[in-house]
Ligand binder design. Structure first.
Ligand code: ATP
Length: 606
């Protein structure tokens, strides 16, 4: 395409994030039952909370009855206004009821919060434990941001439901049913008259509720996109700054932020419309009560005290309805979040462990790749029939053009993926027949982009063997020549490094990862060599470190540096997923084939 006809991609086309699917089904009982399984372990602790909730609701429902009785029997002119002693007793009774109500409510709120937090804690732990087990294929398909959002935002969205939602829902239902029963028991006609507005309110609010549901879903989608973009922006900050893309990036962020505010305002306006509907219905109900009530008093069908009881109950009647309406939105948000959480929890690791999987015994280090075929995506093979036989203690260098399949071989040896065809054997045992833990704990890996965790240098080395003593850590660092630079840091081994180790140079990070691998002391070691050019002195130091690290182990190196390749026992040259040459440095040079070409190309750049 010529430059003139080339279409410039708009900002929106550049940043494409997969939106979560809109949830069409408003309610899913199976999902609710599944959510309950997280509360089930706390059912014993939940019992006293429910008892307190029932006590609180009953006392609340009793107060208006006492009030009505006081008006009819004590403060009644016809009955001579009763005596002060009875009035004081009634007052004390009411006070006692209020105290019981306060105490039970306090207990309920405190313990529902505690139980709710425990449930959320368990759910988050379960989710995290599970996603740690998921295979690389799962992460290949998803941006890190979207995984992060599920463990944070989606779990948080369930917090309200578990902390007070469930108990409040129960309480409101009991209160509502209690009031309806009492009103009808007191006077059926007046009871039905004041509740006549309920169906009307229900019809009006149903259509509104649907719109509220969609509006909140929209808000969540927009927030998810912001999170995904934020995550990507922070991870790619260096590239953004290097290419001076801050303005463009900011523009896109502002666009998303504005979108989010707009949808939030819309959802919250719809939510607020729910309140006035209830208020108007409540006002109509009250008008009916006093108009029809007065009429009934005049005809001596009811007493003043009964009207007061009615007025009190009606006052308490709309409150749970309003809360239940709001709770409905909350429940829908929770449904959408739980669906996303369960989607992850239901994801099975593609690299699974057979039920019969046994422990891989302490290995010697023989490795066989037996006619391996592998594809990341259907019909795009990355390895097309690769066979390699490695004797324990041998060092193997994997070389080849970019995309030739070097990393894929390593990925299969660690069982990050399983081959489509063929077998990988360690000491003659198919690695699919052993537990993943027993396999990976005996295979060490040093990646090109050495990951440094936030913490001290010491802790970063200790990652290779969590129970290593300080002395072992220093010895490992000395063996790979990292000790010297560590001691030159302000706090030596206690120097704090940030996530990804930004304060350390590339070479230093690599030496640290060597120390980490040496401490782990695996029989098989995999090294993905850094391509970045480092100064000759560091290069020499790394070569020395490598010698220590590799001695006595089977090693696979994705090698770029001539100095590393030259010393390998066997060099495997890959091209488009096939082994095209194999032998030692001298043999391969003599063949004047692909390897020779690669080496010559390297020299040309020097
Ligand atoms: N996660 C993945 N999903 C889909 N395809 C992939 C994935 N990883 C690698 N591939 C493809 O598989 C092929 C082999 O990739 P591999 O990473 O093994 O190459 P490599 O030789 O290690 O390359 P490099 O030297 O650039 O790291 C390439 O065509 C690549 O595009």
């Amino acid at each position: 395409m010529s430059a003139n006809t080339a279409k410039t991609r708009s900002r929106d086309e550049r940043f494409v994030y997969q939106d979560d699917d809109a949830i069409e089904k408003p309610f899913n009982w199976a999902q609710l039952r599944r959510l309950y399984t997280y509360m089930h372990p706390y059912r014993k602790q939940l019992m006293p909370v429910i008892i307190m909730m029932v006590i609180g609701t009953l006392t609340k429902l009793t107060v208006p009855i006492i009030m009505g009785l006081v008006i009819d029997n004590i403060l009644n002119a016809e009955k001579g206004f009763g005596d002060f002693g009875t009035l004081a007793l009634a007052g004390a009774g009411m006070l006692a009821l209020y105290v019981v109500q306060w105490a039970s409510n306090t207990y309920r709120i405190k313990y529902t919060n505690i139980i709710g937090q425990k449930v959320i804690y368990d759910l988050r732990e379960h989710l995290f434990r599970h996603i740690q087990k998921l295979s690389f294929r799962f992460y290949d398909k998803r941006p890190a941001g979207s995984v992060l959002v599920r463990v944070t935002n989606d779990v948080n969205a369930l917090q309200d439901l578990f902390t007070n939602g469930v108990v409040n829902l129960l309480m409101d239902c009991i209160q509502l049913v209690g009031i309806v029963v009492i009103l009808l028991a007191l006077n059926v006609k007046l009871g039905l008259a004041v509740m006549i507005t309920v169906p009307i309110m229900f019809i009006v609010s149903t259509s509104l509720r649907k719109r509220i549901r969609f509006a909140w879903q929209d808000v969540r989608m927009k927030q998810s996109r912001i999170n995904a973009h934020l995550n990507e922006s922070i991870q790619g900050m260096k590239v953004t700054q290097a290419y001076v893309q801050e303005k463009d990036n900011m523009g896109f962020f502002t666009h998303m932020n504005t979108d989010n505010i707009k949808s939030w305002n819309k959802a919250s306006a719809l939510n607020q419309a729910f309140g006035p509907i209830i208020e108007v219905t409540a006002a109509i109900g009250t008008c009916i009560l006093f108009w029809y009530g007065a009429h009934l008093i005049q005809s001596d069908a009811i007493t003043v005290g009964l009207l007061v009881m009615f007025a009190n109950y009606i006052g308490n009647f709309w409150e749970p309805i309003n809360r239940l309406g709001q709770m409905y939105s909350q429940l829908l948000i929770a449904m959408a979040s739980s669906e996303r959480i369960f989607e992850f929890i239901d994801e099975e690791p593609t690299v699974g462990e057979a039920k019969t999987a046994r422990q891989l015994p302490a290995i010697k280090g023989d490795v066989t790749f037996d006619n391996i075929v592998f594809e990341y995506e259907k019909d795009r093979p990355a390895l097309k029939g690769v066979s390699i036989d490695v004797k324990a203690g041998q060092s193997i260098a994997l070389v080849g053009h970019t995309g030739s399949g070097k990393s894929t071989i390593i990925n299969l040896l660690c069982r990050f993926y399983d081959p489509v065809q063929g077998r990988v054997l360690i000491d003659g045992i198919d690695i699919r027949d052993v537990t993943i833990e027993s396999l990976r704990s005996q295979v060490g890996i040093v990646l090109q982009d050495t990951f440094i965790f936030a913490g001290s240098i010491r802790d970063n080395i200790r990652y290779g063997k969590l129970d290593a003593t300080d002395d072992e850590i220093v010895k490992a660092a000395q063996a790979v020549h990292a000790h010297e630079f560590i001691m030159s840091l302000p706090d030596g081994y206690d120097t704090q490094v940030e996530e990804r180790g930004n304060v350390l140079s590339m070479g230093q990070r690599q030496l640290l990862s060597f120390a980490r691998a040496l401490l782990a002391d695996p029989r098989i070691l995999i090294l993905d060599e850094a391509t970045a050019s480092i100064d000759t002195e560091t290069e020499l130091r790394i070569q020395e470190a490598l010698k220590t690290l590799l001695s006595g182990r089977t090693s696979f190196m994705i090698a770029h540096r001539l100095s590393t390749i030259r010393h390998a026992d066997d060099i495997i040259v890959l091209d488009h997923g096939r082994i095209v040459e194999q032998g030692n440095h001298e043999e391969l040079l003599a063949r004047k084939g692909v390897y020779n070409g690669l080496i010559e190309a390297q020299y040309r750049f020097l």
